[in-house]
Write a new protein. Structure first.
Lengths: 160, 105
């Protein structure tokens, strides 16, 4: 795991677990807001753009940039941690699809016609939004778990 | 107890002497990491006893330090090297150097 990342020329120290946790919270809070706006019919492009930035920022997968090295590389401890993160991330991931299925059911009920058009529009888009949320979690959760759980990193690697 | 000679067990449940061996030979974590083909952070995790190495890595470390693997890793806490080298002589010398106080009453 890298101990710092560069964003728009600024260097951010990410050796501390606390900072990484705050970054994870910030990322998911931002994505949740954008996802809500997208479900309401706004900010679709912004959500896609934000997702691409987040995916590159987190790294992992096969990107060479980002906080995490490509998952194909790494030494034995990093591979072990990656495997654990994948296991934890996908153990219950299928449950994230349930809200989308339930949201489909919301549309097919007797009260739907009585609801306000804005709410109806939201309910119409809700399954889409929840599926996108599942997709985002599928793609980012292992990396987020690693950033969340890795302890404070040493930055002075030349020390003996 | 000399903490350098009895690191761990941390999360791994293994005690190790990597830090003291490295200090003894003047090798940095980065140098050891390069020799073992691992990240320097992994050496830190090993030294703190937060990670159990694979058999391959443990044997590579033993080969690198030219020591048997049980001299580097142990499930039991290590004795300080000074005690191992000089045995109970240190304890006797310590006893001699300590003044004996007599009860004044």
């Amino acid at each position: 795991m890298k101990t710092e990342f560069v964003l728009f020329g600024k260097h951010f120290n990410m050796a501390s677990q606390d900072r990484r946790r705050r970054l994870v919270i910030l990322i998911y809070a931002g994505l949740a807001v954008l996802l809500f706006l997208a479900t309401c019919g706004y900010a679709n492009l912004l959500l896609i753009l934000a997702f691409v930035i987040v995916a590159r920022l987190l790294g992992g997968r096969s990107y060479k940039c980002g906080l995490l090295p490509p998952f194909e590389s790494g030494d034995e401890r990093e591979r072990l941690r990656r495997n654990q993160a994948y296991y934890v991330a996908y153990k219950w991931w299928d449950l994230t699809l349930l809200p989308a299925l339930l949201a489909v059911g919301l549309k097919n009920n007797q009260f739907y016609q009585a609801w306000h058009p804005v709410l109806q529009n939201f309910i119409d888009n809700l399954p889409y939004g929840l599926l996108v949320a599942s997709g985002i979690l599928y793609y980012t959760l292992p990396q987020a778990i690693l950033l969340w759980t890795e302890p404070d990193m040493e930055t002075d690697f030349s020390s003996s | 107890m000399n903490t350098m000679s009895a690191k761990g067990p941390g999360e791994s449940g293994l005690h190790n002497r990597i830090a003291v061996l490295r200090a003894e030979r003047g090798i940095s974590r980065q140098q050891l990491a390069d020799a073992m083909d691992v990240n320097y952070q992994t050496i830190g995790f090993l030294e703190r006893g937060d990670y159990s190495p694979s058999l391959k890595l443990a044997l590579s470390l033993a080969e690198y330090f030219a020591l048997p693997v049980e001299a580097i890793f142990s499930r039991q806490p290590f004795q300080p090297l000074s005690r191992q080298v000089y045995g109970s002589g240190i304890a006797k010398a310590k006893q001699k150097s300590e003044p004996e106080y007599e009860d004044s009453e």
